[in-house]
Ligand binder design. Structure first.
Ligand SMILES: [Zn+2]
Length: 419
């Protein structure tokens, strides 16, 4: 059955914005985009491709403020200790809130690194498209395999939710574990070069991460990127890449490694500002990621877009380092490319899946709209998101009350972690 929605502007991302336009789909796939009005029409609103979050942890949706201001090593230790107070049901409840907040923020796809597998259950339940990378740790590949098999047997792969694997980071996993993960032929994602402390531990066995040494692998004698040289490739999604030098950026580019850029997380944890401009100039596929409320402190993709703009311009000391349309691309088509999903999602064009979000900027400083990308990026907020559609189905509608229960169950889990 054909369905359509229209608004004051449609921003397809892979083409110029269209005024007073509609998006139509059939059986979950976009069939037409162009000027005109549909029966379902939103006046002072913009239709965007569903936002693609290149890095999240839905299972940390209620971790806001934990260890605020601590050094990275102390923050990580606190994070691990609190997580140990949760049961499996708590993790699902929290992840459901994470999925709900993602949809309410216009996110239709998320690349989620999952400790317990609860993120896969939550994404399936709420209809959020996802790649869920099940996390493994340690130096022993056989042990990583046992952990992965255990998690994998508890989650379902569906049309909407693909299962991948995440060797956590080069300071918590051996290169053997990375090799095992990459041998599976499923999506693989890791954290890489997030902090100076990571390089310090890996090169010298010293620094702030040493406080968590019982969960770390031994130093490699090389920096983070150098530690992974033998396993870098187009299949290994790398979150962060903040503390990378020029020759390391060249190495990542030569290996066609996709990168998830998380400016709020990196800034708030005191890790730094990733060299977004240099990464992109080197030809690296970069997508924007919110990371999780454990650091950011929200799945608010609009806040992330503005942080990306501020960080890029501040770092380069140039106002043209990144523009609003470029930022929006980072959170849609570029993120889809980083995940290898650009044939299906990331822009509004016929043939792609009907993943879209409708955002009102009515009453914002950008109303009436002059430049729709500027309005979406600077004026967009989760409270302005009117509707989020995944695979042609409405998965969020403003004013929904069913989610109050999702929030209260997750809050109860947070209370247990604080005890
Ligand atoms: Zn992360």
């Amino acid at each position: 059955m054909r369905q359509a929605v229209s608004a004051g502007w449609v921003i397809p991302v892979d083409g110029p914005p269209i005024a007073d336009a509609f998006v139509a789909w059939e059986d979950g796939r976009i069939v037409e985009v162009g000027p005109g009005r549909a029966e379902r029409h939103y006046d002072d609103a913009l239709i965007l491709p569903g936002l693609v979050n290149a890095h999240s942890h839905l299972e940390y949706a209620v971790y806001a403020g934990f260890g605020d201001g601590l050094a990275f090593g102390g923050w990580l230790t606190d994070h691990i200790a609190r997580k140990r107070r949760l049961e499996g049901d708590d993790m699902v409840a929290i992840a459901r809130l994470g999925a709900a907040e993602s949809l309410a923020s216009g996110i239709t796809t998320t690349a989620d690194y999952s400790f317990s597998g609860a993120a896969a259950t939550a994404a399936n339940d709420l209809g959020l498209r996802a790649i869920v990378y099940l996390e493994v740790f340690g130096g022993d590949a056989a042990e990583a395999e046992r952990r992965f098999d255990g998690l994998r047997s508890q989650v379902d792969e569906t049309e909407l939710v693909r299962i991948g694997i995440s060797p956590h980071a080069p300071y918590t996993c051996s290169v053997d574990v990375y090799r095992y993960c990459l041998s599976l032929g499923i999506p693989v994602g890791t954290h890489l070069a997030e902090s100076d402390g990571e390089n310090e531990w890996l090169e010298h066995g010293t620094g702030p991460l040493a406080a968590a040494r019982d969960v770390l692998v031994p130093p490699s004698g090389r920096r983070a990127v150098g530690t992974l040289t033998d396993v870098l490739g187009p299949e290994l999604l790398c979150a962060h890449c903040v503390t990378v030098e020029e020759h390391e950026i060249a190495e990542l580019a030569a290996a066609d490694v996709p990168v998830a850029h998380c400016p709020r997380s990196n800034a708030l944890l005191g890790c730094g500002v990733a060299p977004l401009t240099a990464l992109r100039a080197a030809g690296i596929r970069v997508g924007l990621g919110t990371d999780s409320p454990a650091s950011t402190p929200s799945f608010d993709a609009f806040d992330e877009l503005r942080a990306a703009l501020a960080a890029a311009r501040a770092r380069e000391r140039r106002s043209d380092a990144l523009d609003a349309a470029g930022a929006l691309r980072l959170a849609t088509l570029d993120a889809a490319r980083a995940l290898g999903l650009e044939a299906d999602i990331g822009s509004l064009s016929p043939g792609k899946r009907a993943d879209l979000t409708v955002v009102s900027v009515a009453g914002s400083a950008y109303d009436p709209v002059e430049d729709p990308s500027v309005a979406a990026v600077y004026g967009g907020t989760p409270s302005g998101v009117l509707e989020t559609i995944v695979d042609g189905k409405t998965r969020y509608h403003q004013g929904e009350t069913a989610w109050q229960e999702v929030r209260s169950t997750a809050s109860a889990a947070r209370r247990r972690m604080l005890a």
